[in-house]
Design a protein around this ligand. Structure first.
Ligand code: FAD
Ligand code: SF4
Length: 481
């Protein structure tokens, strides 16, 4: 590498692709916020990589992408080879390039941080979008069919990653999902301004081209039993996600005008993407998915995580007059990605930190009038460095609202049809997989494997992908024994 190339980062600043202007975002544009790099921009940004010799970016990436190597291939305009390399560690690279919290993962570990990290996610998206648009597809020519068949329950990132790796190993993967589309939370949780839904349909075509089969609109435990799957397939992977929402136990949370975050986002995604708005609702929430008209309303979102950020930004696009996010700790202790908080602020969201909700208040006609909150201060950090919010007596006030969205987070809930097979469930509802005497991600039932949010608790797309792939590795090992 020449000196000029090595110090490119000094002359060329870090840039992200252009964003949709804020006026459009606040007037109901659901398009992906970030545009795409052109060839020149991608090459310049890739050329900022120092090739520092200690690729912390790769170590911090949960699937250990070969980042410096594919950045080099982009500089040389060898996009199809770059796409092959991206897919060797991650079957959904165009998704991760869009939705990973890069500031906490690869880019947060870039040696250049002080000068502006290399825009790894945007280049990853450029590679895969460009390769797929120009005819690149995974090369399956050397794959030999083993005659083995595996059922995958859940078409979220964990299930898709598992199916992809099984297909590469010559195992027939058949993916079941209760929803009418693949993607899990990619399709129905993450709003289209972060991930356009055409990205998921395109990936479905790629997977089907590799021989993966989908059986959609089929709920295991209701439409098909686990016994039937165990009888028909050599092994089963369970990637059913985390859908039990954290109940804050707030007085008034059952009032009309109070919505749990996920049904709000799911129903909205269905409407925005034009899919069947009356499709199958999330089990247990059947009566709560009617989407209220937010036009001109005052909306308060409770919770400061990424789901909360998706809710506030969706409410803005739905025409709410005033959107407020109330969070019980301060900004520095907020779990949501700093990039998403900045985007939300730019779109007009107001943040109220150090406010703990006490109750949701109703007027004479039982309509929501607001959230009673109390101010908090943070106590000393505990052993994990977490600081608890302590209410300040006498600081209660009413935060006026017409609609309240509760986004306190989710946890898994191991289904009964699984525990009846001898699979253990942890106290926190997680499926217990792996551990001593077992293959990684193998449960107490030798032919049942599990991974993703259902095992680790609500986390990230890329960690679900990593687990789905690793579980597929274990399944192949079992089936080859
Ligand atoms: P899921 O994606 O939940 O998929 C599980 C699938 O299993 C679903 O399709 C479900 O229908 C299906 N299923 C469940 N039970 C059955 C059954 N009995 N029969 C058939 N099918 C069944 N992560 C990021 O990295 N970046 C983000 O920006 C981001 N934003 C998020 C925003 C929201 C609102 C939420 C809720 C999460 C977000 N996440 C984000 C987290 C991420 O989406 C999840 O960690 C990831 O999707 C988990 O993948 P999974 O495959 O384990 O589960
Ligand atoms: Fe970064 Fe996520 Fe891509 Fe890994 S998968 S390189 S963490 S954007």
């Amino acid at each position: 590498m020449s000196r000029k190339q090595a110090f490119q980062f000094l002359d060329l600043p870090r840039t992200m692709p252009q964003r949709i202007p804020v006026e459009l975002r606040t007037s109901g544009d659901w398009g992906e916020l970030y545009g795409k790099f052109g060839k020149e921009d991608a090459q310049f940004q890739a050329g900022r990589c120092l090739d520092c010799g200690n690729p912390y970016c790769s170590w911090k990436c949960p699937v250990h992408n070969a980042i410096p190597q594919w950045l080099q291939l982009v500089q040389e305009n060898r996009i199809h080879e770059a796409a092959t390399l991206c897919h060797s560690t991650n079957p959904l690279p165009e998704v991760c390039g869009r939705v990973c919290p890069q500031d906490r993962l690869c880019e947060g570990s870039c040696t250049l941080e002080e000068f502006g990290a290399v825009t790894i996610g945007a280049v990853e998206k450029y590679i895969v979008d460009t390769a797929l648009a120009t005819g690149w597809r995974p090369d399956m020519s050397a794959v030999e069919a083993t005659g083995k068949r595996v059922a995958v329950i859940g078409a979220g990132p964990a299930g898709l990653a598992c199916a992809d790796k099984l297909a590469h190993a010559g195992v027939q993967a058949v993916v079941y999902d209760r929803y009418e589309q693949i993607g899990g939370l990619l399709q129905f949780g993450i709003p289209s301004f972060k991930l356009d839904k055409s990205v998921i349909s395109r990936r479905r075509n790629v997977l089907e081209g590799m021989g993966v089969q989908f059986r959609l609109g089929v709920e295991i435990g209701r439409d098909v039993s686990i016994d039937a799957l165990l009888a028909e397939y050599d092994a089963v992977f369970v990637g059913t996600g985390a859908y039990r929402y954290t109940d804050g136990g707030l007085l008034g949370q059952d009032l009309k005008g109070v919505l749990p975050a996920l049904p709000f986002l799911v129903q909205n995604s269905r409407i925005v993407s034009g899919s069947d708005a009356h499709g199958r609702p999330i089990a247990g929430w059947e009566d709560q998915i009617a989407l209220p008209d937010l036009e001109g309303k005052r909306v308060v979102v409770l919770g400061g995580g990424d789901t909360g950020m998706d809710c506030v930004r969706s409410a803005i696009r739905l025409g709410a007059a005033k959107v407020t996010c109330a969070y019980r700790r301060d900004e520095a202790n907020m779990p949501g990605s700093a990039r998403e908080v900045a985007n939300a602020r730019e779109e007009g969201v107001r943040f109220l930190f150090n406010r703990q909700p006490l109750s949701i208040e109703a007027g004479a006609d039982d309509e929501v009038i607001g959230v009673m909150v109390v101010e908090t201060h943070l106590d000393e950090p505990d052993a994990q460095g977490r600081r608890n919010a302590v209410p300040i007596a006498g600081s209660e006030s009413l935060l006026e609202a017409d609609v309240v969205i509760i986004a306190f987070g989710f946890s898994p809930s191991a289904p009964g049809w699984l525990t009846e097979q001898g699979v253990e469930a942890g106290n926190n509802g997680r499926i217990v997989a792996g551990g001593s005497g077992r293959l990684p991600f193998q449960t107490a039932h030798p032919r049942l494997f599990a991974g993703g949010d259902a095992v680790r608790g609500a986390d990230l797309v890329v960690t679900a992908v990593a687990e789905g792939r690793d579980a597929a590795g274990s399944i192949v090992q079992l089936l080859s024994a």
